[in-house]
Design a protein around this ligand. Structure first.
Ligand code: URP
Ligand code: ZN
Ligand code: ZN
Length: 485
């Protein structure tokens, strides 16, 4: 058989257009998109009749094999990217998180080693967890290595949290490098204070977790980070926006012309805060993540944010811990490892609850699950597009295919799923990564090491525009004839 594949008879969905077309792949690339394409001799033919042919999903927020809160997240780069492929996602962007004091390049090497077993493509963000002249220098080297986004945790006090002084220094350096900054927006000092207060009140179970992280705590940090970014003139992406308190400042920033982006998580869109009052400790603890799940009013606001474009991306923050790991926090909610999963289910759950309810169009779905992340993190159109020259990361999406989500049948490496028992209509029938089929007939054909690192360049189009704006807005001194220096 040749290394060609023809997707025949489907409806191609890109972020800006949906139309009937065939897609021809040779080797790792898409080489033709159009009606009535001929198949080269020996080509594999995939019948996409009745289905959508979409760019593979890009999840820009994952934590594979992350050492965190005294343990390590369960999915590694192989199991995590394989599970992703089963759900239609073909690229992840994971966070390199140096321990405070650790060299950025050393941490990047560690993540490169871990990621070498990935079954699908991956890129990295770099977290800034401390500050020194060496960190400033290394941000330049990291950028040259294709890591052009820097993450800042405004929470997790005493661990990876950074204060405003670090935000300012790092934002300035990122701006000058043409990189984008991202933030986990929660007021870490306030969280630490509330955790202590709630624990002292005798609330030791998982229900203490959301009480220590109310929406105001997230809203304050989102607004603060946005204001700092605006003054410095750097693009900012607010990760896992969970409530209107955090989203409204993004909307305001955008309406004032600021270069600001917001991310929602599929978990926050679907699961509400009633889970923390589940009488079963394990179930409640499995929902401990930060920011926590919110009320239905906040969820409705997030959906409006997706529809209006205030929020550009739906990610997962995939960071799973099994029951034994969660139980370390029995008797003290502050010790429950923070994190939930969703990489396998992100696309089908968003399709079912978004496109399946008329809240989103198929093109909006592609924008939110693939194209926007690829554009913001500057790997478009290599990723996130069905077009000539793009990587052949393709999903045949069957809008009628039904599946009931369960930890018992998932490919994610965990004994829990926050969407347990949910039946979703609209699922990946075939997933292709750079010309190789990873998922077909409900079977994974994932290979360790197939995934490649996606290097990203600095100065995405919006960063170039912002650079010009910054230059034009640069203040100047008033020249006075009678001034004495
Ligand atoms: O609870 C979460 N979100 N765990 C993963 C680390 C983070 O904050 O993104
Ligand atoms: Zn976070
Ligand atoms: Zn995260």
């Amino acid at each position: 058989m040749s290394d060609s594949t023809l997707f025949r008879g489907g409806t191609v969905v890109n972020a800006l257009r949906t139309w009937r077309a065939d897609v021809l792949v040779v080797g790792p690339k898409i080489i033709a998109v159009g009606e009535g394409l001929d198949a080269p001799a020996g080509a594999r033919i995939i019948d996409a009749g009745g289905a959508y042919v979409m760019p593979g999903g890009v999840d820009p927020h994952t934590h594979m094999e992350l050492p965190f809160m005294g343990t390590v997240s369960k999915d590694d780069f192989f199991t995590g990217t394989a599970a992703a492929a089963a759900g239609g996602t073909t690229t992840i962007i994971d966070f390199v998180i140096p321990a405070p004091g650790e060299s950025l390049m050393h941490a990047l090497d560690t993540w490169r080693t871990r990621a070498a077993k990935a079954a699908a493509d991956y890129s990295f963000h770099m977290a800034i967890t401390w500050w020194s002249d060496a960190v400033r220098e290394e941000m330049g080297e990291v950028t040259k290595q294709g890591v052009t986004s820097f993450k800042h945790f405004m929470a997790y006090k005493g661990a990876i949290m950074v204060d405003d002084a670090v935000l300012v220094q790092s934002f300035i350096r990122a701006r000058d490098l043409g990189a984008i900054c991202t933030v986990h927006a929660e007021h870490g000092d306030l969280v630490a204070h509330l955790q202590g207060e709630i624990f002292a009140r005798g609330i030791t179970g998982p229900e203490g977790h959301p009480l220590s992280r109310p929406p105001e705590v997230e809203g304050e940090a989102s607004n603060r980070a946005l204001r700092i970014a605006e003054v410095i003139g750097v693009p900012l992406y607010v990760v896992h926006t969970s409530c209107s308190d955090a989203m409204d400042p993004i909307a305001r920033a955008q309406s004032e012309g600021q270069c600001a982006f917001g991310e929602a998580l599929i978990q926050h869109l679907i699961v509400d805060d009633s889970v923390y009052r589940n009488p079963d400790w394990n179930t409640a603890a499995h929902h401990v993540m930060s920011p926590p799940f919110r009320s239905r009013e906040h969820q409705a606001a997030l959906w409006r944010g997706l529809q209006s474009g205030v929020l550009s991306v739906v990610g997962t923050d995939h960071c799973v811990f099994d029951t034994a790991q969660k139980r370390v926090g029995l008797g003290d909610f502050r010790k429950i490892p923070n994190g939930t999963g969703g990489i396998e289910d992100r696309m089908s759950v968003l399709w079912h609850h978004g496109v399946g309810t008329g809240r989103l169009t198929p093109s909006q779905f592609v924008a939110l699950t693939s194209t926007n992340a690829a554009r913001i993190f500057n790997c478009h159109p290599q990723k996130g597009a069905i077009q000539v020259g793009s990587d052949a990361d393709i999903v045949v999406w069957d809008p009628k295919k039904t599946r009931t989500i369960s930890a018992k049948t998932q490919h994610q490496k965990n004994d829990f799923n926050v969407f347990e028992g949910m039946t979703v209509t609209g699922n990946a029938a075939v997933t292709m990564s750079r010309g190789k089929i990873l998922w077909q007939n409900d079977q994974l054909q994932a290979t360790q090491g197939w995934g490649q690192f996606v290097a990203r360049k600095p100065f995405a189009d919006y960063a170039q525009a912002l650079k010009l704006r910054n230059a034009l807005a640069a203040p100047s001194a008033v020249v006075r004839k009678d001034a004495h220096s």
